[in-house]
Ligand binder design. Sequence first.
Ligand SMILES: [Zn+2]
Length: 274
Amino acid sequence: MNKKILLDGLKSLGIFGGIFILFYVGLNLLSEDKKNKWFYSDEKISLISYEQEIALGELIDEYIIASQYKNPLTNKTIDSMMWAVSKRLQGQIPTSEYDYNITVLDNPQINAFTIPGGNIYVFSGLISFCDSPEQLAAVLAHEMGHVEKRHTVDRLAREFSLSVLFSIMTGGDTVLLSDLYQTLISSGFSRSQEKEADQFALNLLEDASISPKSIASFFRKLNRENLAYDEKIELVMTHPHNNSRIKASLNHEVDDTFDEIPFELNWEEIKAAL
Ligand SMILES: [Zn+2]
């Protein structure tokens, strides 16, 4: 065999071996936390059952109502409107593992957020802001996308070890619950998760006989009111380009059989009840 080829081969092998060893050593030098964040999130999500997620969601929900927003809105008019809007959407997710729990918080922020287990919080300010029940349905459908795709569990799995999550489920430690809650509300979802929730919402709205263009009309209103870049709003937190979402909503092609059915709700009367 040609000596030069053999030497070149050995050299390449040496270089690759060196790179491999550096990579291996580097990986082992990473803290357990970093490894959790970068490599194991998907695997960890699959180890958290829906029952466990729902149990965890109940504890965080109790914590939120006891310590954060002590004023869930109790108003018959608003309750029955939320019931009508959310049931129409839920009826089109027959495979859902969740029994949705939607709470309206008496708070002027134009916002909504989601925690594990199918718990969604809608601020009364968001209801006041929406021009129609269809716009509110668009926001709700987006949040349901985060629920169904388990984005909140993904977020927790990146930040906490499984043993911590399981110990909270059984012990309900208030300090740890507060940490979970802060993690859930402080860091936005990734852009790909936002896109996934948007796509889910477009399909869900169509299936529920609500125009998918309702998403565009909601974001146009945010633009008009100069709120498109408000980082406090869950829906725009990680999205620098509101207009691309408007475009996606307007370009969503509905099936030939699509027939829009408006909500039979007196929207102005409902908002006046807030
Ligand atoms: Zn979102």
